[in-house]
Ligand binder design. Structure first.
Ligand SMILES: Nc1nc2c(c(=O)[nH]1)N[C@H]1C(S)=C(S)[C@@H](COP(=O)(O)OP(=O)(O)OC[C@H]3O[C@@H](n4cnc5c(=O)[nH]c(N)nc54)[C@H](O)[C@@H]3O)O[C@H]1N2
Ligand SMILES: Nc1nc2c(c(=O)[nH]1)N[C@H]1C(S)=C(S)[C@@H](COP(=O)(O)OP(=O)(O)OC[C@H]3O[C@@H](n4cnc5c(=O)[nH]c(N)nc54)[C@H](O)[C@@H]3O)O[C@H]1N2
Ligand code: SF4
Ligand SMILES: [Mo]
Length: 793
């Protein structure tokens, strides 16, 4: 053991779905001293980053509250009585029960819940090993169409026929822009990697405008803040589209070259006009005639192509897409939109004008838009980028869902996930709304549940649903680093290593670098890494031959890829080389920085960005259209909109055990309401209040705070159930994936996705979780009352 300081790299434990940093972990005498930002190699040297959570993460491995030993339930489920057992006992018993359940009910009765949003690093061994196990052994993945971050996926699937690619963006592209609309997200407090670049962008002259609900840290940082009524953003978007088109501010050259704005639509059936060979039609003004355009970005007959007007082709009346859009947008008048959004008419016009007129401008959208209408909202905001010619244009764009990346780096994970190829996987997948319908009934065929990633009992909306599901399970195994609300209901809780304790390949989001995570310290207590856990379980169910590699060997498999940015490196990168160098810059260009739209080639039927969606014609959604929220404001009994937004010092339920982070978060969870509502409700600061609806309740202290608009109740997200006085926010939130919120449009989207050749199984196609659903995290209504008074009454 050296008594000099040394360092290793670690995937940050605050790594949560949208911001991902490798940390530089400084070690001395076998202990972690501190964490620092990573210094990447040139030209990415300045871009490594660390935030307060990253700094405090180094405390985590030493937290006495973390899981240290395998636990077996000793009392009733949820009673909190545990017996410490050995790994051998735990794995022997789990394997035996698993085999018995498989024998009795079939393998599909075994469910794997693998939402890896809060498990660092994404697509590491915590995911790869369970995928491999499930694909070899069999079982059900209920993750097809989860209802998590759907809007951006919906938008890019129909517009440019990709799933994930067009959602990624190098955050450094923000630097040099003139105007940034931060729309429905709070990056200054919870997307620190983005925040760093927003700060740089502002220093370089950008004006920052926040369109939001809560006056949050981003609102405070912004030059202007516009508070909008919950879930009404698509109306503002349509008013902006109207302004652009009514004033001729659209970028015609761009629309002509890269979109189908000029393509003719048949008035009689709403389909794009095609000839027998699949050519499309536009109107050539010089020739004063309709001329055809071949599929896959065929050329136009001339330069003067019409966007507006009404035409006829062999007796069929036809209209260009942009004319139709203009007519539709014109119905969203300033008065209508002002009423819907609560924004002043002059503010709507100002937002539209400045967006249309700025030289370089970005819209960055996020998860404040996750109402049941979020899919259309995202589409409309994306369209604002297309109409002004900003997608793929330097220093401009629309970034959906704040998924920030440099160039994607692809490793050879297929053979790990699917050792016998995609056609021979034994796992099956069920769309989540369908799964919930069955799983929560007494007739549920699902008998075993593994939760190796995520904390669903706490973080999935409508907690009761999970209690019902677990009631039917004969075996529940949670793998985590903390005792969570999910673990509390398990039969076995297995303690995973923290990233500080194990090796791993960090391949995503590190600004074009492959980084080796090395163990900073010995595993504390009796914790084990995911390769050990799944390999040992596999051995006990007869799959040992498939789990015969060490972590180092698996890393070699991952690096043995023909993905050009890695394959072209000299000498070839393998574990040994990475171990010697710790990080290696892959062969991606430094400039231009990754922008998914930059080469402007699109794998669509037309070869252009499709801003008219024939496939959703039956829902009157060929053109975009604001849709209502699901429940917000719809109840007189529960008149308030519930917002359960994030906590700066927590990463979802991670960090909620650390005393410093707890202190920084106000010691105990709180509920915030506007002073006006407080007066009306006769509530004062620090009252104990109950926020409730027909599903359940949560009890906290009250904070009266002007940051929350009247009509909205904000209960902070993240805190464990045990930290609330009673109940938890998860009792009162709306189910995301259910038959009501995932309706016919979502069904059609899912069907279109499969028809496009995709696979309904997130264990095969790692992205399909976001397809064919809708987010409804904020669609819940609720009421609030003083708690003690209610009890005494
Ligand atoms: N510290 C911390 N950081 C995190 C996380 C964490 O738990 N803690 N979680 C990570 C994950 S998984 C995610 S998905 C991201 C999410 O991060 P964000 O995309 O930033 O989403 P939220 O924080 O949910 O919501 C942000 C803002 O949306 C606004 N909002 C609410 N309703 C509306 C509306 O109707 N219209 C508009 N325009 N705005 C509205 C509110 O003002 C709120 O402050 O954060 C990631 N980062
Ligand atoms: N009310 C409400 N509900 C929400 C949201 C909201 O804003 N409000 N946000 C939604 C969103 S955007 C998301 S992404 C989901 C998040 O939902 P989840 O991903 O289920 O939430 P987390 O609490 O992040 O769960 C991650 C779990 O992984 C564990 N973990 C951390 N590190 C490791 C590790 O190294 N190994 C293992 N095995 N486990 C580890 C953590 O302790 C934690 O229990 O929640 C959703 N639910
Ligand atoms: S931004 Fe996220 S990943 Fe980066 S240091 Fe902070 S918590 Fe960790
Ligand atoms: Mo998320």
């Amino acid at each position: 053991m050296s008594s000099e300081e040394s360092f290793v790299y670690t995937a940050c434990p605050g790594w949560g779905d949208h911001d991902y940093c490798a940390l530089k972990t400084i070690v001395k005498d076998g202990k972690i001293l501190r964490t620092e930002r990573v210094i990447y190699s040139d030209p990415e040297e300045p871009d490594g980053h660390i935030c307060q959570k990253g700094c405090l993460a180094a405390r985590m491995p030493y937290d006495p509250k973390r899981l240290m030993h395998p636990l077996k339930r000793a009392g009733e489920r949820g009673e909190g009585k545990w017996e410490k057992i050995s790994w051998d006992q735990a794995l022997d018993e789990i394997a035996e029960k698993l085999q018995a359940i498989a024998e009795k009910y079939g393998k599909d009765s075994i469910v794997y819940w693998t939402l890896a949003a809060g498990v660092p690093p994404s697509n590491g061994f915590t995911s790869l090993m369970v995928n491999r196990f499930a694909n070899l052994y069999g079982g059900t993945n209920p993750m097809a169409s989860i209802g998590l971050d759907n809007g951006p996926f919906y938008t890019t699937f129909y517009t440019v026929n990709t799933a994930f690619l067009h959602i990624l963006m190098d955050p450094r592209n923000l630097i040099g822009t003139d105007l940034l609309y931060i729309w429905g997200c709070n990056p200054i407090e919870n997307q620190m990697r983005a925040a760093q670049n927003i700060v740089r962008a502002r220093e370089a002259g950008a004006k920052i405008v926040d369109i939001g609900l809560i006056y949050d840290g981003t609102a405070g940082y912004a030059d202007e803040f516009y508070g909008i009524k919950p879930g009404s953003d698509s109306y503002l978007g349509m008013a902006m589209i109207d302004y652009i088109l009514a004033n001729g501010l659209e970028n015609k050259q761009y629309l002509r070259d890269y979109s189908i704005a000029a393509y003719m639509v048949r008035d009689d059936n709403g389909m794009l006009l095609r000839d027998a060979d699949g050519n499309f039609f536009v109107y050539d003004e010089d020739k004063a005639a309709l001329t055809n355009v071949a599929p896959a970005a065929g050329a136009y007959s001339g330069n003067n192509i019409a966007f507006y007007g009404h035409y006829e082709c062999d007796g069929v009346a036809v209209t260009p897409v942009l004319q139709m859009l203009k007519e539709r947008a014109a119905t969203y008048t300033i008065d209508v939109v002002s009423e819907k959004t609560g924004l002043l008419p002059e503010h709507i016009t100002k937002l539209a004008k400045e967006w249309a007129e700025a030289k370089n401008a970005f819209i960055a959208t996020g998860y404040g838009l996750r109402y049941a209408n979020a899919n259309e909202t995202c589409r409309i905001l994306n369209l604002l980028g297309i109409l002004t010619g900003r997608l793929g244009t330097p220093k401009s764009g629309v970034i959906e869902g704040l998924q920030f990346q440099s160039y994607p780096i692809v490793t050879n994970d297929g053979p790990i996930n699917m050792p016998n190829g995609p056609d021979n996987v034994k796992s099956v997948s069920v769309r989540m709304p369908d799964w919930f319908e069955i799983a929560q009934t007494d007739a549920s065929p699902y008998k075993a549940l593994f939760t190796p990633n995520g904390n669903p009992v706490h973080q999935q909306p409508d907690r009761q649903r999970w209690l019902d599901i677990i009631k039917n399970m004969e075996l529940v195994v949670d793998i985590d680093v903390w005792m969570t609300d999910t673990g509390e209901l398990a039969d076995y809780v297995l303690p995973d290593c923290m990233p500080f304790e194990r090796e791993e390949l960090i391949s995503s989001a590190c600004y074009n670098h492959l980084v080796l995570q090395e163990a900073a310290i010995e595993p504390q207590g009796d914790v084990r890494d995911p390769v050990y856990i799944w390999s040992e379980l596999a051995k006990r169910v007869g799959l040992g031959d498939y789990f015969d590699k060490t972590i180092q060997e698996w890393i070699d498999v991952r690096l043995d890829t023909d993905f050009p940015a890695i394959a072209t490196l000299e000498p070839k990168v393998d574990y040994k080389r990475l171990k010697a160098e710790k990080m290696i810059r892959v062969n991606n260009p430094a400039e231009p920085k990754f922008d998914p739209y930059m080469d402007k080639t699109f794998d669509t039927e037309t070869g252009r960005m499709e801003i008219y969606w024939e496939r959703l014609l039956e829902f009157d959604l060929a053109l975009p259209r604001p849709l209502p929220c699901y429940k917000v404001g719809s109840s007189t009994e529960y008149p308030y909109q519930l917002f359960t937004g994030r906590q700066r010092f927590f990463m979802q339920s991670s960090f909620t055990d650390d005393p410093i982070n707890i202190k920084l978060s106000g010691d105990t969870p709180s509920t915030r309401i506007n002073p006006k509502d407080a007066v009306e409700l006769d509530l004062v600061d620090d009252d104990k209040v109950e926020v409730y609806n027909d599903r359940g309740h949560v009890v906290t202290r009250l904070e009266i705070d002007e940051s929350v608009p009247a009509g909205t109740i904000h209960v902070w997200f993240g805190w464990r159930r045990s930290q609330f006085e009673e109940g938890t926010y998860a009792e009162i939130t709306t189910q995301c994936s259910n038959k009501e919120t995932a309706g016919p449009v979502e069904d059609k989207w899912f069907a279109d996705w499969l028809a496009a050749g995709h696979v309904q199984n997130p264990f095969v196609e790692m992205i399909s979780t976001e397809i064919g659903s809708t987010d409804a995290y904020w669609d819940s209504y609720c009421n609030i009352r003083k708690y003690a008074a209610e009890k005494e009454a």
